[in-house]
Design a protein around this ligand. Structure first.
Ligand code: F6P
Length: 546
């Protein structure tokens, strides 16, 4: 496949960037009263405003041309068709099948996956309804009051993010917690106040061999047995979510209590599968299915809308515009919605594990930038932490601002204050404040002399800093499903254009392997000497301190 930078559209974009680099968005808005209408889209009642980007019609056309020349349409079709687009692992990528509410046949290895998907959804429904209604009882006959999900990465972040996001829909009599870190503090703090007789553990691991999860699951089982003293009770308190039935049985979980998913579901794309069981336990199966429906609607949009009206395609292209043509290295996700507190962390894995690659699909080193560093915090907290750099730092940080028009709560004018910040920050980033404006303001305040000039310089904002705004009616299960799917497909678009495999994660292997060796060395009384001097030094200092 042709390298992206050799595509005519890429070259044209590089040239165009030089033309546009000194154009200020202030002027683009001033000269075009219809800029908002021109550069915004609606998806249901969700508004995607991308007018505060450093683009003109020409930019957009070139970016769309890049998408076409990259064969994006074929790549999208290949994913939905069940082609093995995860080339290194020789797997299809079919999270879209998990939320295929139209039930259209989707084939993996020539076999329609939908009957299996629906079977597991039925199993999840029966189980979650039994737990939530108190029909599923613990070993001493008490109903379940706490669910502890033990998993990490994709087997933790998605459900954790969604359960937090959907808190207003949760049943307060069923607490849902997440344990992921191998640091014992995580497990111990979460179990501290729980009663084993009313606790259900969901051991969530695609492979059922991830060290952190297995160690936490074993310790949870030991905690449970130390208190309940009956191994026959495990069946009522431990369920597994995995693709690996053999390892689940070896761990001692009844295969009847295993919720299956498949190798064509990537970990970071798995919250739609049985990995979403804690979500369904927290909010009920109907709402879990509404989450799937919201994502399905975006899948249909992504699959069928022309690129110029296709929100994930535009999100992906805009990210490439800044990453590859303006040398932006980071991307900020800024939800003005406390319930989306974990969205930035979730998207860190989604984006960085998918597109943090430096060889292309043919194994050639890339000579262009790939995935950005994702970070973020809910507004307005971020404003008082890192926005200084966003406004006046030397780095260009494209941002996504997200907010709900309707809050789940009604407390004085809180929501209007929140929303005014959600609207003001992108405006400030775009407009900035010129030296002259700053100086005039200071003069009216009576500042004069040399201090005036220094202060005016410090109070100057360059502006021209790009952002998208996503404004939806209310954070419902359906809206959440749509939002996540928009980002998943944005990641897909970028991976396709960069010609990288967004669906493996080889980069996490090396550290894991080295940790195994070091783990055994920690037991050795002799000083370590087989590594570089720093690694030896750390091992030996640890041994001297413990
Ligand atoms: O971080 C590497 C990774 O393989 C992720 O892709 C995955 O989400 C996570 O580990 C957990 O894997 P598993 O679900 O197999 O325990």
């Amino acid at each position: 496949m042709t390298r992206p930078i050799q595509l005519p559209a890429w070259r044209a974009l590089a040239e165009h960037q030089r033309d546009i680099a000194n154009i200020h968005m202030r002027d683009l808005f001033a000269t075009d009263p219809h800029r908002f209408e021109r550069f915004s889209l609606r998806f249901g009642d969700l508004l995607f405003d991308y007018s505060k980007n450093r683009i003109t019609e020409t930019t957009l056309n070139l970016l769309l041309e890049l998408a076409r020349q990259s064969g994006l349409a074929d790549r999208i079709a290949a994913m939905f068709r069940g082609d093995k687009i995860n080339l290194t692992e020789h797997r299809a990528v079919l999270h879209v099948a998990l939320r295929n509410r139209a039930n259209r046949p989707i084939l993996a290895d020539g076999k329609d996956v939908m009957p299996e998907v629906n079977r597991v959804l039925d199993q999840m429904r029966k189980f979650t309804e039994a737990v939530r209604a108190g029909r599923w009882r613990g070993c001493t006959g008490k109903p379940i009051e706490a669910v502890v999900n033990i998993g990490i990465g994709g087997s933790d972040l998605g459900p954790k993010m969604a359960v937090k996001a959907l808190t207003p829909y949760t049943d307060p009599s069923l607490r849902v917690r997440f344990v992921s870190n191998v640091d014992e503090t995580d497990l111990m703090q979460n179990l501290e106040d729980l009663d084993p007789e009313t606790t259900l553990f969901c051991v969530a691991s695609k492979t059922f061999s991830t060290q952190e999860t297995m160690v936490n699951a074993e310790s949870a089982r030991a905690w449970f047995l130390a208190r309940v003293r009956d191994s026959a009770a495990i069946v009522k308190h431990f369920v597994a979510i995995s693709t690996n039935a053999v390892k689940v049985a070896e761990f001692g979980i009844d295969p009847a209590n295993m919720f299956e998913f498949w190798d064509w579901v990537g970990g970071r794309y798995s919250l739609w599968s049985a990995i979403g069981l804690p979500i369904a336990l927290a909010v009920g199966m109907d709402r879990f299915e509404a989450l799937l429906e919201g994502a399905h609607q975006v899948d249909e949009h992504f699959r069928t809308e022309p690129f110029e009206r296709n929100i994930p395609v535009l999100m992906g292209l805009l990210g490439i515009w800044y990453g590859d043509f303006f040398s932006a290295e980071t991307y900020a996700i800024l939800p003005y919605d406390q319930y989306l507190e974990y969205l930035p962390t979730y998207l860190q894995q989604g984006d960085m594990e998918s597109n943090g690659k430096s060889v292309d699909k043919e194994g050639r080193p890339v000579d262009y930038e790939t995935g950005p560093i994702i970070f973020g915090q809910p507004g307005t907290n971020g404003q008082h932490a890192f926005y200084q750099l966003l406004h006046q730092g030397t780095k260009l940080v494209p941002c996504d601002f997200l907010a709900a028009a309707q809050s789940h709560h009604h407390l004085g004018r809180h929501h209007e204050l929140l929303i005014s910040n959600f609207i003001a920050q992108p405006e400030a980033l775009m407009r900035g404040k010129t030296f002259e404006e700053a100086k005039t303001e200071l003069e009216t305040e009576g500042v004069a002399g040399e201090h005036l000039l220094t202060l005016a310089a410090a109070k100057t904002f360059p502006g021209n800093r790009p952002s998208n705004a996503i404004l939806y009616r209310k954070l419902t299960p359906e809206t959440l499903g749509s939002l996540i799917a928009l980002y998943e497909h944005k990641i897909f678009v970028q991976g396709a254009i960069w010609n990288i495999n967004s669906f493996d994660q080889m980069g996490v292997e090396l550290g894991k392997r080295l940790a195994k060796t070091i783990f055994t060395e920690l037991d050795d009384a002799r000083p370590a000497d087989s590594h570089d001097s720093s690694t030896n030094g750390l091992i030996n200092h640890y041994k001297s301190l413990r």
